[in-house]
Design a protein around this ligand. Structure first.
Ligand code: NAD
Length: 702
């Protein structure tokens, strides 16, 4: 046996799954494993077999990239290997450290025994990719743990720790010391037994409660909003109880095949891979040294600053919170405390932990406290002059290698950087509101931002549990630049014949978390009003412009905060109520603009709003503001409530077909003019019969 992943210790063969970074069970790994198993069965000196993972974990699961390809089922398939293991007279023991996830855990359940290190985590996260565990997980787990525990683990998709796994019957032993010696000891002990347990030969116990499956079905159908995977998981678990093992496996395979070929799972897998791709930065080698950001200061304790400070405190990082005035500082700290108290009262955080987190935030009014920090994040008013003054002061005070970041929503990061003597140290970190909750950060690379600054910023963002996506400088960066197109079309649609409610309902039915106008009322209409007033003088007069939002602001309707915006709100209630006053404003604006109102259906609303995003997204991609189309999808799904099961606007356009999308955009261009000028990249891809995704997997957008 030549494989470097095979060795024998005192009669126990040790086979290592070795496929960095997560030992995914790709075809090569399965071939190597099968070969090692054959060798151990053939060797008369081997009495038992231990399977381990190389590096930091046992196995992270199947190779997600290989789904829907012949390689995923090429022999030896995981089913074939498990079948052979079950027939083995020599005991096969899975020794689990780090993680055993998905196919990794399914594989471990196919072994006779499982021993886990005390820090190990075991889980079946397939549901998060719109799938079910298709390697026998839905049939073996209920046989080991009972249906209740199995359903919870499979439907939630979250891993359990070793101690819980032991209690559930998922593992046979927990090792507190080093895993390999414990596994060898365990193997020697069980090798003398005449027979070894085979999970598939056990009977899955039916639930105690009558109608349990029916009740669970209702519960899941009510909470999963039409997503098919959770109900399919339940159906498979029921099959584990009602059908013989082989039939249950057949059923699981059939259901898995339906899901894996469905658009929803493809979209979720696209986003899963998109997150990994977002960490890669073209032109910056993976081995670029990453400076450790240990101390952070946030300037401004307003809406964003306080949330940003909490994000660091939550991750165990000390943060200085600087304000200009004592009252503002007190207000910010009170918001922070209230936020933590709410989490504690919901039972999601221990009171002592909340206190520890609050204690990590050092409030100050003294600018000099920022002299030694590794990173400063500015979150003061959105005003170029204020920001420039601040960055000049930071430049004069902060240590030479400090990162100077701005949380601006749309100001030019290059212009801010230019007032300093070190523009290479300046970067945008565009957090989303509420910053302590939202995962997305647009990391805005300035013209001169140094690679080391980008890498360190991405790393610290990930360290605090965020999802950083690298973008370039342009008005509104990626998310806000695109959303402006969408918002404009939604407002035009009002004048053309719809109501805020009709537009919002159509977008919500499409899958968006919130409609355009309810969202606007939540965020407040006054902020964009003041920027529109600033732009009024330079706005080209020949371009169509909807005055609806301006008129509502003139009436003092700033959204929820004033009890009225595009809708009205009753005291203490956030439910939007259609308002005849708004309808009148819309009709007056339409008349004044000479727009004839007509019947508009939901499909048209969705196309106008979503294709506006796609067309702008294509321009963003073409201008290399992002590295790949999947970065845009991540931004939209994680920052703007775009449904994950549609994969993001660019993936969605790919699934519709870029030729069809392009054709509609051309029609809108004819009907509505310059706003709909088709993105040249979209035209090119449509004509070549290609997709945005194909671009992402290699070719440069240029
Ligand atoms: P805010 O008005 O709630 O808070 C700004 C805070 O900065 C105030 O407390 C003010 O006292 C303080 N401040 C002003 N000048 C200061 C100075 N020189 N030194 C110290 N403190 C000073 O504003 P916000 O909504 O938190 O926005 C802050 C920044 O974040 C803006 O650039 C904004 O565009 C951006 N942003 C906002 C959102 C959002 O949804 N609110 C989202 C992303 C980014």
């Amino acid at each position: 046996m030549k494989s470097e992943n095979y060795s024998v210790y005192d009669g126990t063969a040790v086979i290592t799954l070795n496929n960095p970074p997560v030992n995914a069970m790709g075809h090569a790994v399965r071939l190597d494993l099968m070969e090692s198993l054959e060798a151990s069965w053939a060797d008369p000196h081997v009495h038992s077999i231990v399977i381990m993972g190389a590096g930091k974990l046992f196995c992270g699961g199947a190779d997600v990239k290989a789904f829907n390809t012949p390689a995923s089922r090429a022999e030896p398939s995981s089913r074939t290997i498990i079948k052979k293991i079950e027939e083995s007279r020599k005991p096969v023991i899975a020794a689990i450290h780090g993680y055993a996830l998905g196919l990794g855990l399914e594989f471990a359940m196919g072994c006779h025994y499982r021993i886990a290190h005390q820090s190990a985590k075991l889980g079946l996260p397939e549901v998060k990719l719109g799938l079910l565990p298709g390697g026998g997980g839905t049939q073996r787990l209920p046989r080991l743990t009972g249906v209740e525990a199995a359903l919870r683990m499979i439907i939630e998709g979250n891993p359990v720790g070793a101690a819980e796994a032991l209690e559930m019957g998922l593992v046979d032993e927990v090792a507190t010391g080093e895993l390999l010696p414990a596994a060898l000891h365990f193997a020697a002990r069980v090798s003398t037994r005449d027979e070894h347990p085979v999970v598939s030969r056990r009977q899955a116990q039916p639930p105690i409660e009558a109608n349990w499956f029916k009740n669970q079905h209702e519960k899941i159908a009510a909470t999963q909003k039409g997503l098919p995977a959770p109900l399919e998981c339940l159906a498979c678990i029921e099959a584990a109880v009602t059908k013989p093992f082989d039939e249950g496996m057949k059923f699981e395979r059939e259901r898995f095949d339906v899901l894996v070929n469905g658009t929803q799972s493809k979209a979720l897998r696209h986003l899963f891979l998109a997150e990994r791709a977002a960490a890669k930065i073209a032109g910056i080698p993976a081995n670029t040294p990453v400076a450790d950001v240990r101390t952070v200061a946030v300037i401004g304790a307003g809406t964003m600053g306080s949330g940003i400070a909490m994000s660091f405190a939550n991750a165990g990082i000390a943060v200085i919170l600087l304000e200009a005035k004592q009252e503002a500082l007190d207000r910010g700290l009170a918001i922070i405390r209230k936020n933590y108290e709410r989490t504690v009262s919901r039972g999601r955080l221990a009171p002592e932990e909340a206190e520890r987190r609050i204690a990590r935030i050092e409030p100050t009014l003294e600018f000099e406290r920022l002299a030694d920090v590794d990173m400063v994040i500015e979150a003061v008013f959105e005003d170029m002059d204020i920001k420039k003054t601040l960055f000049r002061k930071l430049d004069a005070l902060c240590k030479a290698d400090a990162i100077l970041a701005t949380n601006t929503s749309r100001l030019d990061v290059n212009e801010i950087a230019a007032v300093t003597t070190r523009p290479t140290s300046v970067i945008g970190l565009h957090f989303f509101s509420p910053a302590n909750v939202m995962r997305l950060i647009e990391v805005v690379r300035g013209k001169l931002t140094a690679p080391e600054v980008i890498v360190a910023s991405m790393a610290i963002a990930r360290k605090i549990g965020k999802l950083p996506v690298l973008v370039g400088v342009c008005d509104g960066f990626v998310g806000n630049r695109m959303v402006a197109q969408y918002a404009r079309e939604a407002e035009f649609l009002l004048e053309e014949g719809t109501t805020p409610q009709q537009v919002d309902d159509a977008l919500k039915k499409f899958g968006l978390a919130m409609g355009r106008f309810a969202m606007s009322d939540l965020a407040g209409l006054d902020i964009s009003w003041s920027s529109r007033k600033r732009q009024a003088a330079t706005r080209p007069s020949h371009l169509r412009y909807s005055k609806v939002a301006d008129q509502l602001c003139e009436l003092g309707r700033f959204g929820q905060k004033t009890g009225a915006g595009f809708y009205r709100y009753e005291e203490g209630n956030r439910t939007p109520i259609p308002d005849p006053i708004v309808q009148k404003v819309i009709e007056d604006c339409a008349r004044e603009a000479g727009v004839e109102r007509r019947e508009i259906d939901d499909a048209h609303i969705v196309e106008r709003c979503i294709y506006a995003l796609v067309n702008e997204g294509a321009k963003v991609l073409e201008e290399s503001i992002v590295q790949r189309s999947s970065d845009i999808d991540l931004i939209y799904v994680n920052g703007y409530g775009f449904p994950a099961w549609l994969g993001g606007p660019m993936f969605y356009a790919d699934t519709i077909g870029l030729d069809k999308v392009y054709e509609r955009i051309c029609t809108f261009h004819e009907q509505h003019g310059v706003f709909w000028t088709p993105a040249p990249l979209l035209k090119k891809l449509a004509e070549e019969g290609r997709t945005f995704k194909e671009l992402s997997s290699g070719a440069s957008p240029a």
